[in-house]
Design a protein around this ligand. Structure first.
Ligand code: SF4
Length: 189
């Protein structure tokens, strides 16, 4: 691997510094609601697998939030299977891959869903607020919004990355896990 795997104790900090907005949003909603619907569990769960969170840490991570809402027993019965499944430990034992930007951008989140790409699926107002919370300054903000408005979602994400890291991202963003690993490389160097 080109970057260190993350562990549970670091996850809040790396979520703030190195998650792209799509994952940051899911992460924040999970902490707020102690729940995510299926699409969100898949999008965030496979991303976390991709950043190197091992199965035991993943189970502990989801359990800590979901048990606050549905209780421990229901978590083990209804949700733990899905997490093991993502890691290829149940069912057909397929090792599922984290979703690319193309796949996330073309998803169709419904009411109460938090998956998808914020540059595409958020209203402009919500996107501005989310970018502000991430720490994007007002000058960069207008460029990001302009790209999103013109449906250049990955370019909008690339500009966000550049604004937050103070570094060019010449390859552009095409995968949330690439955003993460490029961020870690810059922040750890
Ligand atoms: Fe996530 Fe890709 Fe959208 Fe960025 S462009 S928010 S990494 S789906």
């Amino acid at each position: 691997r080109e970057y260190a795997d993350i562990s549970l104790k670091d996850i809040d900090q790396v979520a703030k510094s190195s998650f792209p907005l799509c994952m940051r949003h899911l992460f924040d909603k999970l902490k707020e609601d102690h729940h995510l619907k299926h699409g969100g569990r898949m999008q965030l769960g496979l991303f976390l697998k991709g950043v190197g969170l091992n199965l035991d840490d993943a189970l502990a991570f989801w359990r800590a939030e979901f048990s606050k809402k549905v209780g421990l027993e229901k978590f083990e019965k209804q949700y733990a299977y899905g997490i093991r499944h993502n890691y290829g430990k149940e069912g057909k034992r397929t090792d599922y891959s984290p979703y690319s930007c193309t796949k996330i951008i073309s998803s169709t989140p419904g009411t109460g869903d938090h998956h998808g790409c914020p540059y595409r699926h958020f209203s402009e107002e919500n996107l501005r607020a989310a970018l502000g919370r991430m720490g994007v300054n007002s000058r960069a903000m207008e460029d990001v919004i302009d790209k999103a408005r013109n449906r250049h979602y990955q370019l909008a994400c690339t500009l966000t990355f550049e604004a937050l890291h103070g570094m060019p991202c010449d390859a552009g963003i095409n995968h949330p896990n690439q955003y993460f690993s490029d961020s870690r490389k810059i922040l750890q160097s």
